[in-house]
Design a protein around this ligand. Structure first.
Ligand SMILES: Cc1cc2nc3c(=O)[nH]c(=O)nc-3n(C[C@H](O)[C@H](O)[C@H](O)COP(=O)(O)OP(=O)(O)OC[C@H]3O[C@@H](n4cnc5c(N)ncnc54)[C@H](O)[C@@H]3O)c2cc1C
Length: 553
């Protein structure tokens, strides 16, 4: 929580000190008292506060200042903080201009100097105004502010990265917040690169990359050591489970995550089948809990850092990172999961982030309140997405290639969808075109039985059409199946023969790949369960084999 600001402005140093002292004595615990000795200085301070996302609750301003009247200052300052309460300090002779200001700037109070004793003439007025202000403002978050336009792929990417990493931020749409627009224009004239991210320490990032955001948000992006017992590639459920067990059992453990911990599960709007959570839990909640647990037990977690290649340099394994640096370790666990498949429709890619989203895009749901949206896909993730978006959207249309939902969706989700009045299911349907100027507006849907194509309005389309393994970083090192899933355990021993180049006097462990000391768990592994619990089970179980392996190196 942050302390909102009370800004006192007076060109008379003695009066300014007195007002500052009195304000601090009564309000200093809950509010930050900031003083300015001229209107120009006060405008500069107000701009900076706005830039840093620090809320101003109250302006206490002298009316008679040489270069600008208090009322004129307030007109400008209120453009930036329209909800702040406003009080003028006047001499008896100036009361008429204060009375005029009541209409001009909706002045809340004017106080005639001197205000002694403050207990009677100052505090009661200000307390009432501050109570009103805080009731209206609600709880305040210390904050990062993201300012941009609502339908923009780069703004979407920034908001998604921050929320996936559980970093709170305030969102300002510059199309509806003119004062924020002015601040953004000051940083990025022409507004060609958006969004602009303002940090409380005054740092400003323009259209930042995930790495820049991670570094500025104090997430770890670089390893603390050069050598680890165990390096885990990927921070989904499988990788996080391996990190929890590895670190808790005393291994120097590093987890490297290219985006944000949580993986696919982190994007799930509601997980209902994970053991021990009878009420269900969101993917974000699961990710937050697991990440905190892994860190508490001593695992190091890097975010916005990608593993591009894993090499063998016996007895060590070498992990190459996207920034060109390298790490050495005894054991690598690949828990890199899967990535979403793209929908191959001409012209679709230009709308990604401006109406077309892969996966749940939970941060964007409220943009489509009372609008008609489309969900593409017929598996559980599409079902969860449809139910999630049905809370805000007017109509959610689920398009599926197959004849009915029961084919690939769990029955509990099918039942829930059938009970939800604003979710419509259209089987035998594929998307063949997308249109809109600057943002998605409509799609062409073909009926696969009749071949007929119809154009349907669609403010947004959320696509859940399956996934492919992310295993390129070990493509040259380990054996994979034809789809790219990594083979492990018995699958690397066709007809009972150990893999080529295998040196240990034992068969590969359950989740060990064709390279000793290199394990694969979770969705990236051939034959895995493709469920959160399965991934967690594999990630946890593999650590005992890691110990066995470590006894031999
Ligand atoms: C929308 C949705 C809803 C779902 N709902 C459910 C549900 O309700 N119940 C259920 O049981 N299952 C559900 N699933 C499936 C479940 O989420 C997955 O089975 C599970 O997340 C697999 O875990 P994993 O750790 O193996 O891989 P992932 O979750 O895919 O995590 C892999 C991680 O590795 C990272 N990574 C990849 N490559 C690299 C690299 N080179 N360097 C660094 N990091 C890398 C990725 O960024 C990712 O974070 C859902 C899936 C989706 C998409």
């Amino acid at each position: 929580m942050i302390r909102p600001v009370i800004l006192a402005v007076d060109d008379d140093a003695e009066v300014l000190n007195a007002v500052g002292r009195d304000l601090r004595a009564r309000f200093g615990r809950d509010y930050r008292i900031v003083k300015a000795s001229s209107a120009a200085e006060a405008l500069g301070v107000t701009k900076e506060l706005k830039r840093r996302g620090a809320p101003v609750a109250l302006f206490v301003v002298d009316e008679r200042m040489p270069e600008m009247r208090g009322t004129e200052f307030l007109v400008k300052a209120l453009e930036m903080f329209p909800d702040a309460r406003r009080v003028l300090l006047t001499a008896y002779a100036d009361t008429q201009s204060a009375i005029d200001a009541i209409n001009e700037i909706r002045l809340d109070r004017y106080l005639v100097k001197p205000w002694q004793p403050p207990e009677e003439l100052l505090y009661p007025h200000l307390e009432e105004l501050l109570d009103e202000w805080s009731a209206q403002a609600g709880p305040l978050l210390e904050g990062i502010r993201v300012a941009g336009t609502a339908l923009s792929s780069s703004t979407f990417a920034v908001k998604r990265f921050l929320s996936a990493n559980q970093i709170p931020y305030q969102w300002s749409d510059i199309d509806t917040d003119p004062s924020m627009r002015a601040l953004v224009e000051a940083v990025e004239p022409g507004l060609s690169r958006l969004p602009v991210v303002f940090y409380p320490d005054g740092t400003t990032l323009v259209q930042p990359t995930p790495r820049e955001l991670a570094e500025q948000s104090n997430l770890d992006t670089r390893p603390k050591q050069r050598f680890y017992d165990l390096v885990i590639v990927g921070g989904g459920p499988a990788g996080l489970a391996a990190a929890v067990y590895g670190a808790s059992e005393g291994l120097a453990t590093l987890l490297v995550e290219r985006d944000a911990p949580g993986g696919q599960a982190g994007t799930s709007s509601f997980i209902e089948n994970y053991l021990g959570f009878p009420e269900g839990l969101t993917g974000a909640d699961l990710a937050r809990r697991a990440t905190a647990q892994a860190r508490r037990l001593g695992a190091e977690i890097l975010t916005a850092q990608e593993v591009v290649r894993v090499r063998r340099n016996d007895p060590y394994r070498v992990v190459e990172l996207a920034d060109g640096s390298e790490l050495s370790c005894y054991v690598v666990v690949i828990a890199s999961g899967m990535e979403v498949r793209r929908l191959e429709v001409p012209g679709l890619e230009e709308y990604v982030g401006t109406g077309v989203y892969y996966g749940s895009a939970l941060t964007e749901a409220t943009l489509y309140r009372d609008k008609d949206v489309v969900v593409v896909g017929g598996a559980n993730s599409a079902g969860q997405g449809a139910l999630f978006f049905s809370r805000d959207a007017r109509i959610v249309t689920v398009l599926l290639r197959g004849p009915d939902l029961g084919h690939s969706m769990s029955q509990y989700l099918v039942d829930r969808i059938n009970e939800t009045a604003n979710v419509i299911v259209r089987p035998n349907s594929i998307v063949v075109g997308a249109h809109g100027s600057g943002r998605l507006e409509s799609i062409d849907v073909q009926d696969t039985l009749t071949g007929e194509t119809r154009t349907r309005p669609a403010a947004a389309m959320f696509i859940f059409i399956g996934t492919a393994p992310r295993t390129a970083m070990v493509a040259e090192l380990v054996e994979r199946d034809e789809q790219g899933f990594i083979l492990t355990g018995r699958d690397v021993m066709p007809e009972g023969r150990r893999p080529k180049g295998w040196t240990p006097e034992r068969d590969p462990f359950l989740f060990e790949t064709s390279v000793p000391g290199l394990f694969a768990v979770g969705d990236a592994r051939h034959g895995s369960g493709k469920r959160v619990a399965a991934a967690v089970g594999e990630g946890s179980a593999t650590v005992s084999a890691v110990h066995e392996y470590l006894r031999t190196v």
